[in-house]
Design a protein around this ligand. Structure first.
Ligand code: NAD
Length: 296
């Protein structure tokens, strides 16, 4: 079956809108973009539009070109600005700018992408309650909903007090080991009691691993990487990949042979699967950043 995760993402955004209405101050996200990558421009427009649709203020600082020092200076200015609660530096940055150095300049409580070393260290140490990257956070939400768990039930599992959940003990195969999806997701899955196998471009015979999985999560960016004969009947497949077919009017597809896999397993669609949930989790992180700053 093809899963309807879009409705869940829309509901999440509606719930966040209700939270925004009750706040005493307006949450404010500032996005920094460098250069004129057309795909990034579309993503940024989408993020701003969705923020504004629920009452979050969104400001874009667009530099045609920039230098590391200038960017870091700008980030320090935003860190000190109490009216800015979230700072996001849109990836990819030009190749001559060291991205991690820039992410590390963002105050950890304003780091709504969760890419700073401070927030990565927090996740590594087992704490998923802070600002964590939106895509893996969204995938975990999809899994909690699929296995019908609340976040509190999951935290109990994480603390080792309750082993009765449906998600703990499952075997997930994560394909891709990037710092924005594969690696943080593998940590979050482990914290939820899942047995994790991580595959990547040097993995020999991917199918041997995927055929054993209860959950397959593909974050590669390669069309038709996962065929139906690589999936165990009854498994759950989360397709994170985004592939653009220029020759078919920029038609989007994921990493998986969705229609055939859907006859034997459950699968998230592309477009309309992980993507909308990622945006919802960005908004959730802006509200979390706002809350964390009011607490401190
Ligand atoms: P990346 O290029 O940083 O990482 C790709 C990973 O795939 C690498 O770890 C690589 O080792 C692995 N890989 C490459 N070829 C492989 C193969 N043949 N078999 C197994 N593994 C292989 O990419 P990323 O930033 O992690 O993004 C991955 C995909 O997910 C892209 O298509 C991206 O557009 C998409 N994405 C979607 C969302 C969303 O919100 N839906 C968010 C982030 C990324």
């Amino acid at each position: 079956m093809i899963l309807d995760t879009k409705t869940s993402a829309e509901q999440t955004i509606k719930d966040l809108e209700e939270v925004v209405k009750k706040l005493h101050s307006q949450p404010h996200l500032t996005i920094i973009m460098v250069g004129d990558n057309s795909a990034s421009a579309v993503y940024v427009r989408n993020k701003i539009k969705t923020c504004e649709s629920i009452g979050i203020k969104a400001t874009l600082l667009h530099f045609a070109q920039s230098w590391t020092d200038e960017l870091i200076h700008e980030i320090h200015r935003l860190n000190a600005d109490e009216t800015v609660h979230g700072i996001l530096v849109q990836s990819p940055l030009p190749s001559d700018i060291p991205a991690q150095e820039v992410f590390d300049a963002i105050h950890p409580l304003k780091d709504v992408d969760g890419f700073s070393s401070a927030n990565i260290a927090r996740l590594y140490s087992g704490d998923d309650t802070g600002l964590v990257p939106g895509t893996p956070k969204g995938i975990m939400k999809i899994l909690f909903e699929y296995f019908q768990m609340t976040n509190d039930e999951w935290r109990m599992t994480n603390d080792g007090e309750d082993k009765t959940s449906n998600l703990a003990g499952k075997h997930a195969v994560v394909i891709g080991k990037s710092t924005i999806v594969g690696k943080p997701l593998s940590l979050m899955l482990m914290h939820a009691g899942v047995t994790v196998t991580v595959c990547h471009s040097r993995t020999k015979d991917l199918a041997i691993h995927t055929k054993m999985a209860d959950i397959i999560i593909s974050a590669v960016g390669q069309k038709h990487l996962i065929a139906s004969d690589m999936v165990r009947p009854g498994a759950l497949v989360i397709d994170v990949g985004i592939n653009v077919a220029e020759e078919e009017g920029r038609k989007l597809s994921g990493d998986c042979d969705t229609d055939n896999i859907a006859t034997i397993a459950d699968i998230t669609p592309v477009p309309g699967g992980v993507g909308p949930m990622t945006i919802a989790m960005l908004l959730s992180n802006v509200l979390l950043a706002h809350e964390l700053q009011w607490k401190n």
